[in-house]
Design a protein around this ligand. Sequence first.
Ligand SMILES: NC(=O)c1ccc[n+]([C@@H]2O[C@H](COP(=O)([O-])OP(=O)(O)OC[C@H]3O[C@@H](n4cnc5c(N)ncnc54)[C@H](O)[C@@H]3O)[C@@H](O)[C@H]2O)c1
Length: 352
Amino acid sequence: MLKKLKLGVVGVGNIFKYAHLPAWSAHPEVEIVAFCDVNESAAAAMAREHAVAGVYTDYREMFADKEIDMVDITTPNLFHSEVSIAALHAGKHVYCEKPDAINPEEAQRMADEAKKSGNILMVTRNNRFRAESRFLKTYIEKGHMGDIYTGRCGWQRRWGIPGSGWFTNKALSGGGPLIDLGIHFIDLSVWLMGSPKPVSVVGAAYSKFGDKHLQLSQTVQSSRNQAAYKNDVEDLASGFIRFDNGATLQIEFSWASHVEEEMAYLELRGTQAGAKLTDRECKLFTDIEGISCDITPKFPAGIHPHTENINHFVDCVQRRTEPIILPQFGVDMVKILSAIYTSAETGSEVKL
Ligand SMILES: NC(=O)c1ccc[n+]([C@@H]2O[C@H](COP(=O)([O-])OP(=O)(O)OC[C@H]3O[C@@H](n4cnc5c(N)ncnc54)[C@H](O)[C@@H]3O)[C@@H](O)[C@H]2O)c1
């Protein structure tokens, strides 16, 4: 019989409440023993509601508890690296929300600390756990798409600049829709392509709606800290990534733009077949007996990608299952995002 793993949580905001908490609570091998949040009343309310004894405002004090085996980090992006490194150093396994870190140096420090400590560091990649993604991964690994040589991916919102202050504050978030949404679909595309190494990028970034957003949100804004509510990130970023095997990927991510409707998508082109995955459908395009065929696979309902990702993390901790998300992928991903921002600023290609 495996022992129950004791979990401490750092950050009890939206994603924790709506996506992580149901997964941890339902897991028979996990017991939540402590909540930490700089907002003490939020941590205390969560502890009361779930009959948990530990309440902290400083994660270092929480990590001193030797009983805690693993930590879930759902703070704003800036804190992911410092909290992960402190937890790994204190002997905890770490499950952290995306993005890994706000720059490649911090992501590398996290990966180095995971290696040194021997503990598991897994950064959320919930889109890899969609039924469609897992099907495509197997389909591709079995060679059905042939050589995947190019693709494109994006997530475009017509009007969807996040309303909670830190997302639009570069010091806290590391950037706008590229780091927020881009990490989901660039990661998924690169993983499906077989994780080739990125070698260069060209990027562009635009901030056309930030001020308008502030005007529209004045009522919300008046009740918040003005400094935390500034908007100094892009609202659209696009780019082109080259990989060491010659493959390429076009990208486009926006929180606000004049498009018909919100759409998250990826398209991959292989020599034997193509694949399209959106938030609504998955389709394959191939030739059968010389005839072009579109195939629409049907997937079972009721798969929750965040829950599947958390279950995979617990399996890796308990049974030492090989993780499908490695810290080095995170370092490469943050390098891509950071290089796109640099290219956008300089107007030049950036070699990785
Ligand atoms: N994978 C996904 O689908 C997905 C979706 C949304 C958000 N996220 C990620 O989850 C993270 C949190 O986003 P959110 O929307 O829940 O934000 P949020 O603002 O709702 O919650 C963040 C919480 O962290 C607390 N906090 C801030 N600094 C802290 C610190 N130093 N120590 C302890 N607590 C601290 C805040 O008080 C707040 O309660 C972000 O990194 C975001 O990118 C991922």
